[in-house]
Write a protein that binds this ligand. Sequence first.
Ligand SMILES: [Zn+2]
Length: 386
Amino acid sequence: MEALLSVYRSTFKTKLRGRYITLNMVRDVLDELNSDFHISHPGVSENDQQIPMVKIGEGPIKVFAWSQMHGNESTTTKALLDFLNFLQHPESYEEEASHFKKKFTFCCIPMLNPDGAAAYTRENANGFDLNRDAQDLSQKESQVLRKIFDSFQPDWCLNLHDQRSIYGLKEGNPAIITFLAPSANKEKSITPSRKQAMEKIVKMYHMLQGFIPNRVGRYDDDFNLNCVGDTFQQTDTPTILFEAGHYPGDYQREKTRELIFLSYLSFFGLLDDKVEAKTCDTSHYFNIPENKKSFLDIIIRNAHFGKEKALIDIGIQYEEILKDNTILFTPKIEKTGKDLALFGHNEIDVVGDELLINSHKIADIGVEIKSIRRNGIDFTEDLLKN
Ligand SMILES: [Zn+2]
């Protein structure tokens, strides 16, 4: 698979980089696609931006995928466009690409929420979370998605998202990628479509173990019919939620992007990653560790402040702020306390040294860290280098 990754990096990977991905950037990539790809615009966003849709292949199995339903979740979009690029320029993977086109009809919406993408918000232009609008269909973007679902009548749905860096798994491992086979009812029963989704997830999970062992998780499966995945699963259409998460040190999510790309290939059976059938049953799905909110970006352990005797831990989380077309990662104090029972992607034990935060002998929740001194010496850069 190393050979594949090297061709991926040199050929399939589009020019898009980083977290801020807008509709114009997506369009630039779609403009480069050849006539094998059918591009249409099934509707507009609340701010009247045309939402593009791509169709490729003429096979019997219909797969429908949509990404960036949450505007600030662009990693799966980058990987999806890389995947379209792979189908267009397969290089030494000609056979796989032609196999794909014969077996599948693939329909995808790379960016369902272009207004949210422009503003770098989860919600759309009206402040709605589209993933809670599956029943009301009050927003134009939700209506577009539902319209395509109804007319295309997919055999599979892929609901593509990013998750925050706060998620971890057991033993202090970060949740770099998380999957969910959404429930189709309150009882969370294993309906035929849900079972199929679980089996595919297990397959991708096993493939990913070769790259990020014990760092792939399973999302909480509480049923909520306002969520799109649950609604589609309820129609007996196997549906999989992908959550691209934080790979330590990779705040631009370029590593996770590669792993998501590989997951798409695995989903479509284009990788040489055959998993023994017996490992693909649903019990293996439930053996995948469950996501927990157990991480912060940075934890400083055992800090000493002014006259306070007790040592405290300081948990810091980056706030993502859009400025001049880039995303700034602004460190803010999220939590403080003795022996914080959380993990930091970056942990520093200052072993009782005295800290000054923004020249103050105190660590208040919500404060943005502009400077930090340890025993009088500036260590802001050391602390904030990812
Ligand atoms: Zn999301």
